[in-house]
Design a protein around this ligand. Structure first.
Ligand code: SF4
Ligand code: SF4
Length: 89
């Protein structure tokens, strides 16, 4: 199957994706259940960011649900990053 090189879906960005603090994470799975973009996988009971490119720039859907405050975002310090919304928010 062919895909054109360099072609990307709209809104998807590697400049923005969740980063988990495993000292705070209780592995409740809320982030995995919330995200419909396949960003997370359960690896032996730990939630792992396996597909950062699936995250939608500016979305904080999983962070809002995290009971432990364990989720921050790569890219949130970037002054160019904009608040976004997607089906996860
Ligand atoms: S929602 Fe928060 S505490 Fe729960 S698994 Fe995800 S990062 Fe860990
Ligand atoms: S921020 Fe949104 S798109 Fe990104 S992983 Fe969390 S719920 Fe999924």
């Amino acid at each position: 199957m062919h895909t054109k090189p360099g072609r990307k879906a709209k809104h998807l960005s590697k400049n923005w994706y969740p980063v988990l603090n495993y000292e705070q994470c209780t592995a409740c799975g809320a982030c995995l259940r919330k995200c419909s973009h396949g960003v997370y996988e359960d690896k032996d009971g730990m939630m792992v960011v396996v597909s950062p490119e699936g995250c939608v720039e500016g979305c904080r859907g999983c962070q809002k649900l995290c009971p432990s405050g364990a989720i921050s975002y790569f890219g949130e310090q970037n002054p160019d990053s904009k608040p976004g919304s997607c089906c996860c928010t």
